[in-house]
Design a protein around this ligand. Structure first.
Ligand SMILES: C[S@@+](CC[C@H](N)C(=O)[O-])C[C@H]1O[C@@H](n2cnc3c(N)ncnc32)[C@H](O)[C@@H]1O
Length: 374
């Protein structure tokens, strides 16, 4: 089967490294989706283990299309009846880019009609009641080639299940995981998020360092398809086997808001990593550490709430505080255009990264590293 993994802009390299670590080699990225071949075990593994992919899509087929008739025929020719039943609740999802068929809502309607007609014909029923399990069908048209997919994940993979309470401007779990993965943080290094909000970054850092599969406990749509073999229990067992139960982490997370800290503490407990993170209510300006070679990883505010002058001062003070730490590295994600200038000094690493469709910069300042023989 051909599997596609869409991810946020700027996160592709991180997903590719995660795939490599999972043993899938070098997978190409096409139009914001990473492509690889796999079977139902791979579908389960990717859903359970991937930290930064948004979903795992199964591509049933792709065909050149420039008219609605061609789109209908291409969709009708695919074996939907192997996956869906006469009760499937079909939901359409689509996008079109640089193509003649730009009206994606109409294209979705055409594809759905083709699927319904095919199911009626192949299953020998007169109508579909749509009272059964959800099936998310995707049609993505890029440069006049339509790709038809079924969403194996259902809910987006950022929905790990631990974040149940809301605090302002939470970061997507998948993006937080990509930030952690792209940084030099590894288990054993000091770590701090001084703008922790609802706790996403330190929780994802703990899951990563302890090799805890982020989605081992949740459900996925592909398990409800009629052709799916019983694969999830085995993959959940693999997740149990690989997780590190020995290491004790000493992550630190703080925020100016007491409410945010109590929400973050609650989420960490739900994620099963509460004992690895020490939380505090504090202004980031007061942070200090005598331990060398630590990592600061944060998503400071950049929104409408702060006035320009206050925002500049916040990033300036963040930079000053950072430079007082011995050999620490600092990474932060921000949509504030002046972030780097205010922080002081050019970032050694800089990447565009989209957070909730907002263009942001991911900046990395690297401290000295410990001598190799230590
Ligand atoms: C963009 S939010 C962080 C969201 C977080 N990454 C999450 O996923 O929930 C920025 C956070 O910075 C906090 N903050 C603002 N000024 C601060 C300061 N001077 N020191 C510490 N925290 C601060 C806010 O209370 C807010 O929770």
């Amino acid at each position: 089967m051909n599997l596609l993994i869409p991810c946020a802009a700027g996160v592709e390299a991180s997903v590719k490294r995660q795939l490599h670590t999972l043993g899938y080699g070098d997978c190409p990225a096409i139009n914001g989706r990473i492509s690889l071949a796999g079977d139902f075990f791979d579908v389960a593994r990717l859903n359970v283990f991937l930290r930064s992919g948004e979903r795992v899509l199964l591509e049933l087929g792709a065909a050149p299309v420039s008219t609605f008739e061609e789109l209908y025929d291409a969709a009708f020719s695919l074996p939907w009846e192997e996956f869906l039943s006469a009760h499937s609740l079909i939901r359409m999802d689509g996008k079109s880019h640089q193509s003649k068929l730009g009206a994606i809502k109409a294209a979705g309607g055409v594809v759905k009609k083709a699927i319904v007609n095919r199911l009626k014909e192949k299953l020998g029923v007169r109508s579909l009641d749509e009272k059964g399990e959800r099936a998310i069908v995707g049609v993505s048209i890029f440069r006049d080639v339509a790709s038809f997919t079924l969403d194996t994940s259902g809910e987006g993979l950022h929905k790990r299940g631990y974040r149940t309470l809301a605090y302002e401007a939470p970061l997507k779990e998948t993006v937080a995981a990509a930030m952690v993965e792209s940084s030099i943080y590894r288990a054993g290094k000091p770590f701090a998020d001084l703008f922790c909000g609802s706790g996403t970054i330190p929780i994802e850092a703990a899951l990563y360092a302890l090799k805890i599969a982020p989605n081992a406990r949740r459900e996925f749509d592909f398990c409800k398809w009629k052709c799916t073999p019983e694969v999830l229990p085995q993959i959940r067992q693999e997740a149990e086997d690989v997780r590190d139960r020995q290491t004790k982490l000493a992550l630190f997370a703080s925020d100016l808001s007491e409410n945010a800290v109590s929400i973050a503490r609650y989420h960490a407990k739900r994620a099963g990593v509460g004992e690895h993170i020490r939380f505090a209510c504090a202004d980031m300006r007061t942070f200090s550490s005598k331990e060398p070679y630590g990592v600061l990883l944060s998503n400071p505010p950049y929104g409408e709430r702060l006035k320009e002058g206050d925002l500049f001062a916040l990033y300036r003070d963040f930079g000053r505080m950072y430079r007082s730490l011995p050999d620490w590295s600092c990474y932060f994600l921000s949509g504030y255009a002046e972030a780097e200038r205010a922080f002081g000094g050019r970032a050694a690493k800089r990447r565009k990264l989209s957070n909730a469709n907002l263009p942001c910069g991911f900046y990395g300042y690297l401290g000295a590293q410990p001598p190799k023989n230590k």
